[in-house]
Design a protein around this ligand. Structure first.
Ligand SMILES: [Mg+2]
Length: 324
């Protein structure tokens, strides 16, 4: 499954050589190639392939494409093809989930691609966790599965603004790098009115107060390479929780810079936990901007102010070179 518009069209330009490399790495066997488009993101095509009994699904794309493929695997908390192995090849701009799989950042696109080819050749299937978010309340619930990170609060505002400013040159240039997040964050902060959030972890109250940002971590990185928690594991049956309290502009800027330099742990106003089920409720009834983001996408439809995150332990097999 290839998103040939990934990486701002880079995949399409280089497809002949990449296709050759992929087929060589995969070795003998029947391979069908399908392309995703901006209208059809591939979840249905994946579901169809799974129902036909394919052994492996290889995805070339960014975090958005990976996320779509995950939707194709899951229905009603269940992986419809638990023996099928998912192989993820980095082709996007951020490639944040690929950083979690490999445990490293890549400073050149070429080296991450080479690492991906090595994983196809020398890797083995490893079972990893998948997250599920349920937005709203029955009977108007919306559900989505995620493999990397879901966030809430201020990131919703940043993404809203990013969508509206899609065409600006500077935005195209810096989009999907950690500096984009910082840049957007600083410029958006003036418009952010902190919301009061309640966060409950495995039935126990964990946080109540003015929230800047919250992150539910299956993977470790998002926003183009920011590592939110070095200790978060992708196969431990737990979702990490990382909350940043609302602080003044100065303190926020300093915190953000520190996070860009290292990771978010051990900072003042940062709360870290983990659990199997995490409930987030925003107080009040007005909704100034999107509140919840899942693997880089906004998908809330209603005035949803409540979300429940659950872990599906070791629910999918991905090709990897280590045990994390
Ligand atoms: Mg975990």
């Amino acid at each position: 499954m290839v998103n040939n518009q990934a990486g701002s069209g880079r995949i399409e330009d280089e497809w002949p050589i990449r296709k050759k490399q992929l087929l060589e790495a995969l070795g003998p066997g029947q391979v069908d190639i399908a392309f995703t488009t901006s209208q059809d993101h591939g979840a249905q095509r994946v579901r169809q392939a799974l129902s036909q009994g394919v052994k492996k699904i290889l995805v070339v794309g960014g975090d958005g494409t990976f996320s779509e493929v995950i939707q194709g695997f899951f229905e009603g908390n269940r992986n419809v093809a638990p023996e099928t192995v998912l192989i993820l090849m980095p082709g996007g701009r951020g490639d944040d989930f690929f950083k979690t799989i490999t445990g490293q950042r890549f400073y050149r696109k070429k080296s991450s691609w080479t690492k991906g080819l090595d994983i196809i050749r020398y890797g083995t299937p490893v079972s990893v966790d998948v997250g599920k978010i349920t937005l709203g309340s029955s009977p108007n619930e919306t559900q989505r599965y995620f493999i990397n990170v879901s966030s809430f609060g201020f990131p919703g505002l940043v993404l809203d603004r990013g969508k509206n400013e899609e065409k600006s040159f500077i935005n195209k240039l810096i989009k999907k790098t950690s500096f984009a997040y910082f840049f957007q964050s600083v410029t958006a902060l003036g418009s952010y009115n902190p919301l009061i959030a309640h966060v409950i972890v495995d039935g126990t109250p964990f946080f109540k107060g003015e929230l800047h940002s919250g992150f539910i971590l299956n993977g470790r990185f998002n926003a183009g390479g920011i590592c939110w928690d070095d200790n978060s594991k992708i196969n431990d049956g737990l979702l990490g929780v990382m909350l940043m309290e609302y602080r003044n502009f100065f303190s926020f800027s300093i915190n953000s810079l520190r996070i860009l330099m290292g990771s978010a742990q051990e900072r003042v106003g940062v709360h870290r936990g983990e659990g199997k089920k995490i409930e987030v409720i925003f107080e009040g009834d007005s909704k100034p901007h999107s509140l919840f983001e899942v693997d880089g996408d906004l998908f809330e439809k209603n005035q949803d102010r409540r979300a429940v995150f659950e872990v599906l332990q070791k629910a999918i097999k991905i090709q990897a070179v280590n045990n994390f």
